[in-house]
Design a protein around this ligand. Structure first.
Ligand code: AP5
Length: 228
């Protein structure tokens, strides 16, 4: 299974990805997580990456595409299937992705798009908290930890992402609308786009994903799934 998760910031891509990854044992490639890891490790690119993320701007295509290329061509887990989350994010990345996949004699099965309404997006992003140790995602009201500020799974401390503030969220939404939303058409024309209602609660949404994926197990061979 080779899929892309698309949707605006806070649509719930990471939350659903964590469940899909467990259910289907897929390699989860989140470009946001890869970039935050570069910052955490204080890699040579960390300072540059941080300046883009904190403004809510896209990290330059050549930086991010090189990272995705390495993952897809070198990680052996890719042969079992993968799920891209946060990539591609513009027209040029979508074309680069096709070129990388061609190089490894592969192609995408589906692009699963999550739409969510703006008030929900804003409340989800502002309430999000993440475990510093294991990366588990919580929400102050939708999915609160049992003990305030502490991860249920590993007892690590919870933190708020530096780009989850009002000013940066505005920029991230505007970048999504101007650069990312237009690629929906690219995948619609390829017959690969399937849209889900991201306003629904995570588990409900996840079951809809599972239903779709199970009904379309033959992936590329079955072009009869209901798509938009
Ligand atoms: P990235 O980390 O990819 O952020 P994003 O796309 O803005 O998405 P988010 O992680 O904010 O949201 P999500 O949809 O995963 O929501 P989540 O499930 O966590 O990118 C960050 C930055 O990195 C970019 O701005 C850019 O600078 C850079 N970058 C990344 N990729 C790049 C690329 N390809 N090119 C260039 N630059 C790149 O949910 C959010 C909260 O809501 C959580 O608290 C969760 O518990 C709650 N929640 C989620 N779904 C539900 C639900 N259905 N019901 C109730 N609560 C929910």
């Amino acid at each position: 299974m080779r899929i892309v998760l698309l949707g605006p910031p806070g649509a719930g891509k990471g939350s659903v990805a964590a469940l899909i990854k467990d259910r289907y044992a897929l390699l989860h490639i989140s470009t946001g997580d890869i970039l935050r890891e570069e910052i955490r490790k204080e890699s040579p690119l960390a300072k540059e990456i941080k300046s883009y993320i904190e403004r809510g701007a896209l990290v330059p295509d050549e930086v991010i595409t090189k990272m995705v290329d390495q993952k897809l061509t070198k990680d052996l887990g890719v042969t079992e299937g993968f799920m891209l989350d946060g990539y591609p994010r513009n027209d040029s990345q979508a074309k680069e992705l096709d070129a990388i996949l061609k190089k490894i004699d592969s192609s995408l099965d589906f692009v699963l798009n999550m739409e969510a309404s703006l008030p929900l997006i804003l409340s989800r992003i502002s309430g999000r908290r993440i475990c510093k140790k294991c990366g588990a995602v919580y929400h102050m009201t939708n999915k609160p930890p049992k003990a305030a500020g502490v991860c249920d799974a590993c007892s690590g401390p919870l933190y708020q992402r530096s780009d989850d503030n009002e000013e940066t969220i505005k920029n991230r939404m505007s970048v999504y609308n101007s650069s990312t939303a237009p690629i929906l058409e690219y995948y619609r024309k390829q017959g690969k786009l399937v849209t889900f209602d991201g306003d629904k609660e995570t588990n409900v949404l996840f079951e809809e994903f599972v239903k779709f994926l199970n009904e379309n197990k033959r992936f590329n061979k079955n072009q009869n799934a209901s798509r938009n």
